[in-house]
Design a protein around this ligand. Structure first.
Ligand code: HEM
Length: 231
């Protein structure tokens, strides 16, 4: 069964002449860390990729150091614990899928790194999903025990309950953390995690258009020049 079709929101960062809003990315990463990361991994993101667009080098180093990683095994095959480095990846909340399911009533919280690209509807779908839990399921809706009603989720019964509530996080830039603001920020952040090269790609696209445009105009002029003597 199809879920309710998500409305198309006017995402600024999707426009060809716009980039990601880096303040929004920073807030979105905070939402991921404080809310989503207790259940969802972000396994494709090393700390180093956060530097410069979401936080400073020192901030990213500090975050990495909050976690412990195994050292390379020595000759006896033993490992030790060491603090994280910028080259380490953001750790997953669970040891493996079995542990993840055990903690979530049998459901597996998927990795969020590529989620914006993996789901039909992308940003619109995830925003709608996060903000679309009604107080009560509509009259007549059948909701399986352990599931939550969400009209945007295919099948409408989702193992993830509503997680975002007004004021859940405190943003350090003073932005008011409403449910929809947090959803917008975390979705923009998840779009960045799925396509960190997007700003670059758009910039390159404009350069290609500019240089290509000049070369094309030149070729038209040369063609006319060469053929100008032919009647
Ligand atoms: C599924 C996002 C927080 C548990 C999902 C899905 C997304 C998502 C996009 C996939 C839906 C689909 O398959 O189409 C988020 C975001 C969060 C968040 C952005 C933070 C703002 C949490 C938390 C938990 C959780 C805190 C656990 C308490 C789950 C589970 C599923 C899921 C169990 C699988 C649902 C199912 O297949 O029925 N989440 N999530 N999520 N999430 Fe979350």
């Amino acid at each position: 069964e199809e879920g309710l079709h998500a409305p198309a929101y006017p995402w600024e960062h999707e426009k060809l002449h716009k980039t990601f809003d880096h303040n929004s990315l920073r807030r979105g990463f905070q939402v991921y860390r404080e809310v989503c990361s207790s259940c969802h991994s972000l396994a494709r993101i090393p700390y180093r990729t956060l530097v410069g667009n979401i936080m400073t080098n020192d901030e990213a180093k500090g975050l990495a150091e909050e976690n412990e990683y195994d050292t390379e095994p020595n000759d006896e095959g033993e490992t030790e614990k060491r603090p994280g480095k910028l080259s380490d990846y953001i750790p997953s909340p669970y040891k493996n899928d079995e542990a993840a399911r055990a903690a979530n009533n049998g459901a597996l919280p998927p990795d969020l790194s590529l989620m914006v690209k993996a789901r039909h509807g992308g940003c619109n779908y995830i925003f709608s999903l996060l903000t679309g839990y009604p107080e009560e399921p509509p009259a007549g809706a059948v909701v399986q025990a352990g599931l939550n009603f969400n009209p945007y989720f295919p099948g409408t019964g989702i193992a993830m309950a509503r997680v975002l509530y007004d004021g859940l996080v405190e943003y350090d830039d003073g932005t008011s953390a409403t449910t929809s603001q947090m959803a917008k920020d975390v979705v923009e952040f998840l779009n960045w995690s799925a396509e960190p090269e997007m700003d670059q790609r758009k910039r390159m696209g404009w350069k290609v258009m500019a240089v290509g445009g000049v070369l094309f105009a030149l070729s038209v002029w040369v063609k006319r020049y060469k053929w100008s003597t032919v009647k």
